[in-house]
Design a protein around this ligand. Sequence first.
Ligand code: SF4
Ligand code: F3S
Ligand code: FES
Length: 254
Amino acid sequence: SAAYIGRFKVWRGDADGGELKDFEVEVNEGEVVLDIIHRLQATQAHDLAVRWNCKAGKCGSCSAEINGQPRLMCMTRMSVFAPDETVTVTPMRAFPVVRDLVTDVSFNYTKAREIPSFVPPPGVGLGEYRMRQEDVGRSQEFRKCIECFLCQNTCHVVRDHEENKAAFAGPRFLMRIAELDMHPLDAAEEAGLDRKSAAQDEHGLGYCNITKCCTEVCPENIKITDNALIPLKERAVDRKYDPLVWLGNRIRRR
Ligand code: SF4
Ligand code: F3S
Ligand code: FES
């Protein structure tokens, strides 16, 4: 199909406020929303702020909301919209705006730092780790994460509830805890770290009521809810309510 002039609404503003502005921008065959934003920047709105790097769905920088849907701008084809449809582009809603389409995602880095890293198993040297393929595969799925933070932006626990942020790490980081807790070589427990209790008590696992909105927006199609959040909930609950585990914990603590 030929090029056409598309109608767009793009949010412009900063931390003090802003509004949707109307633009008409040329759209060519095969283009994605990020191409349009770049053309808009080059031809009409030279100071439009937008964060991007790879234009290949791999750096996780270009997250925004397109017609209200959290998406990567570089992976959203213009062909999914009708030529006469107005396409609205706004910054991610759960994070503070820096300017225009750029948000401050430092909430996520704060949460990342709160999770103790992998604890190497004592007495096993580098190069001597052995894992079943099943365990490797699980970690590999979680590690496809490009840290676009679309899942973090979408989860209703924080999306419109700034007040929940302090107590909730969000799906991406609960998934990180799940990965480490299910890792057969992680020796956190031997080192006195209880990842399951931390998930419940410090990272808000109980806030998640498995609505799966996070999974729906993940551009890497990671099954965040089914493969990370639900198994982590099961493991944390087993620990809390299994009388033998409870007794074991009591005895060890003495
Ligand atoms: Fe993005 Fe998926 Fe990673 Fe969440 S889990 S930050 S949606 S890639
Ligand atoms: Fe939120 Fe995902 Fe749980 S959207 S409620 S973290 S399943
Ligand atoms: Fe890298 Fe879109 S620019 S994911």
